[in-house]
Write a protein that binds this ligand. Structure first.
Ligand code: NAD
Length: 679
């Protein structure tokens, strides 16, 4: 079994399971209608595993659309999380629960049958047992405990289990694992994904987390007169990552059955250890670092003393055991909560509904400023100031892949600009780099960063700075375009109501065989500050006149000289002046992580017709100013825009005297920061 379709994979348990699946080498396809989840969890899963997750926004009940997914991929097994899960809500809208949970499952099972996919792991629940204390000797609860759910949600789970048993009885080729979860808690250790309840949380720990960050006043403890060590009821809490691993164990169990052997069997997934409400409370307070307010109120109807799982069957048959503790879960939950006080929601950030095909666009929208990025190339696909579009872009993402695209908005790497002879010599070793411009290499080679899918973004909001932060990551493997070393690169966009800052950070992966590589990154946006067809009427002011000399092929000669025109800090109309020059802002050839340095102003550009102004500040020692004289692509011609590509020196990778700017050893950080301010 290699390709797994995960229904509800954008949800709490689903997203954690997708990570475990990918880390175990499975290919994953997620189907989720996002009724109780956000696409951000998928973006973040991709960011964590640095792999693409195939995602379809489909309601399971739409069997036509679902069927197309099964037509497209050879699916080996399904893990079926999708469903509504709020017990209280289910008592108010039972029909919707049956329609969604049972209806969705029937649709799924029919499509699976049509496509001869007969392996399924189903998210059932300990709720199917109801009050197991009604029997003698059923605590801890074994799978043989008679069922008896006490609410519509639990009924839907039991009905689905029944349907699956009947299917197996009709065709015993089916392999069906019914996993009855106890109480999943905690979050991923990265702090990037976790439970994001809408409204008032039903469960103890999400509620406590909201008390801890001030979203709720206090915890209500429902009764302290039970027969437990502290008077509060006992439940079995399982870390969501352990639970996720239980699904891999179940898949592997199904895969290892004898050929032609089928099964439909229940397994409890819990820890087998009970914790009281106060045990959990104290553990979470320990994680937070102080006590949290609570009040003892009367017992809640339907609550019973002890619902702990007997997990012998899962331990023995699935060879799976929960390893993480309640303390681990509380620590991870608190980490997730503090990093994401509003869950996945980030003010001003939206995933755009203009999807550009299967890809998503990430928009940051302030009153007078819009900033949009796509995953491929972490490309800036739109910037709008007071409603004026100020960057060259395409309406369809596929156009970015066109040969004539002069790198509109893209991240350029590993090495921006021209590499003479498509060669680098690092510490005596010569590396042949992909030659994509005659004998030379331009902007990283034929498959440079501009064409790579960047994972993420992880979004966050800095309320003090009123800034939305979008962080992407790329993993570039050893040998990519000829460059040595496995390289991780983070691209962050820090967007405020009138500016954006781009931060780059690269380092060699700890697993990289090569201890060294070379990095020089930039962004290749083309700006135009008015609606005019060219930038000739635009005014420039440069804060340097030092330039790196180039030969007639625009290749660096290794020397720096001063231009006589334009004068430093003197405003000039661009007119027929054409630039494709690398300007030098600083003689610093030592700093690999320039983010530590004070940003310098590189240039100011303005247009008197639109009254728009752009100022560029950077910690980088140089920038290429290109006036777009070669642009010839859909809707854009010569001089449609200008690029300000802040970077290391042109030729830094070639000339030994400058190489310290770009040579990256294992353990070192490459960093750069550039801010574009509009007014
Ligand atoms: P969740 O709500 O976070 O995830 C469920 C996902 O299913 C959501 O992303 C939702 O958008 C999606 N979904 C719902 N209906 C759908 C439909 N018709 N088509 C496509 N997608 C749909 O919940 P979770 O906590 O991750 O739970 C996952 C599964 O585990 C559920 O079936 C739930 O009943 C079961 N379960 C959960 C718990 C728990 O405490 N979290 C306990 C026992 C069992």
């Amino acid at each position: 079994m290699t390709t797994i379709l995960v229904t509800g994979g954008a949800g709490y348990i689903g997203s954690h399971t997708v990570i475990e699946l990918i880390n175990s080498g499975f290919r994953v396809i997620v189907v989720d209608n996002l009724v109780n989840a956000s696409y951000d969890s998928i973006s973040r899963v991709e960011y964590i595993v640095k792999k693409k997750v195939i995602f379809y926004e489909i309601d399971l009940r739409d069997s036509e659309k679902l069927s197309k997914v099964f037509d497209k991929y050879k699916i080996d097994a399904v893990i079926h999380f999708a469903g509504l899960k709020a017990v209280g809500e289910s008592t108010k809208i039972p029909l919707e629960y049956f329609d969604n949970n049972v209806g969705g499952t029937i649709s799924l099972l029919k499509v699976m049958k049509q496509h001869d996919v007969k392996n399924i792991v189903f998210s059932s629940s300990a709720t199917v047992y109801g009050d197991a204390t009604r029997f003698k000797d059923m605590i801890p609860i074994p799978e043989k405990c008679p069922t008896g759910p006490t609410n519509p949600y639990g009924h839907t789970k039991l009905v689905i289990e029944g349907i699956m048993r009947d299917i197996y009885a009709s065709d015993n080729k089916w392999r069906i694992a019914l996993l009855r979860y106890f109480n999943p808690i905690g979050a991923h250790q990265s702090g990037l994904i976790g439970e994001d309840p809408t409204g008032i949380p039903n469960n103890l720990l999400p509620f406590l987390a909201q008390v801890a960050i001030g979203r709720r006043q206090k915890l209500n403890v429902f009764g302290n007169d039970y027969d437990s060590h502290d008077g509060t009821p006992i439940r079995d809490y399982i870390h969501v990552v352990d639970l996720a691993k239980g699904h891999i164990a179940a898949l592997s169990y199904l895969a290892n059955l004898k050929p032609k052997e089928g099964i439909c069997r229940e397994w409890n997934l819990g820890t087998g250890k009970g914790s009281t409400v106060f045990d959990i409370y104290h553990s979470f307070c320990k994680a937070v670092g102080h006590d949290l307010p609570y009040e003892i109120v009367g017992r809640r109807s339907g609550d019973v003393l002890n619902l702990t799982a007997c997990v012998t069957r899962a331990n023995e048959e699935l060879k799976w055991k929960a390893k993480l503790t309640v303390d681990d879960a509380c620590r991870d939950l608190w980490n997730w909560t503090t990093k994401n006080p509003q869950g996945f929601a980030t003010p001003h950030y939206h995933i755009a509904d203009h999807l550009y095909g299967e890809q998503r666009i990430h928009d940051v929208i302030f009153e007078n400023f819009k900033f949009s990025v796509a995953n491929v190339g972490a490309t800036i696909v739109d910037v709008e100031v007071n409603g004026h579009p100020v960057v060259c872009n395409f309406q369809r993402l596929s156009d970015y892949a066109a040969k004539e695209n002069p790198y509109f908005g893209a991240t350029i790497g590993r090495v921006a600009n021209r590499l003479p002879g498509a060669k680098i010599v690092i510490e005596g070793h010569t590396y042949d780099i992909d030659a994509n411009e005659g004998k030379n290499s331009l902007h990283g080679g034929s498959h440079g960063f501009n064409s790579k899918y960047f994972f993420g973004p992880v979004t966050s909001y800095d309320s003090k700075a009123e800034a939305v932060i979008l962080k992407f990551v790329d993993f570039d493997s050893d040998g990519s375009n000829g460059y040595p070393g496995d390289l991780n690169t983070y691209v962050s966009y820090i967007v405020t109501p009138h500016s954006y800052k781009i931060e780059y950070e690269s380092s060699l992966d700890s697993s990289s065989k090569s201890p060294v590589t070379v990095v020089n990154l930039t962004n290749h946006s083309y700006f135009h500050l008015s609606d005019e067809s060219n930038i000739n009427e635009t005014d420039f002011k440069l804060y340097t006149n030092k330039c790196i000399d180039t030969d007639t092929s625009l290749l660096p000669t290794g020397t720096i000289s001063k231009l006589t025109q334009p004068k430093v800090m003197e405003k000039f109309r661009l007119g027929s002046n054409a630039f494709d020059n690398c300007f030098v802002l600083s003689d610093d050839v030592e700093s690999l992580d320039t983010r530590k340095l004070k940003a310098k102003k590189a240039l100011e550009v303005s247009n008197s017709k639109s009254n728009l102004q752009l100022k560029v500040y950077t910690t980088e020692p140089a920038f290429q100013l290109y006036t777009g004289d070669e642009i010839a692509v859909k809707n854009y011609g010569k001089r449609s825009g200008f690029a300000v590509e802040t970077s290391r020196f042109l030729g830094a990778a070639t000339f030994e005297k400058w190489q310290r700017q770009v040579i990256l050893h294992k353990g070192d950080l490459y960093g750069a920061s550039t801010t574009y301010v509009f007014s």
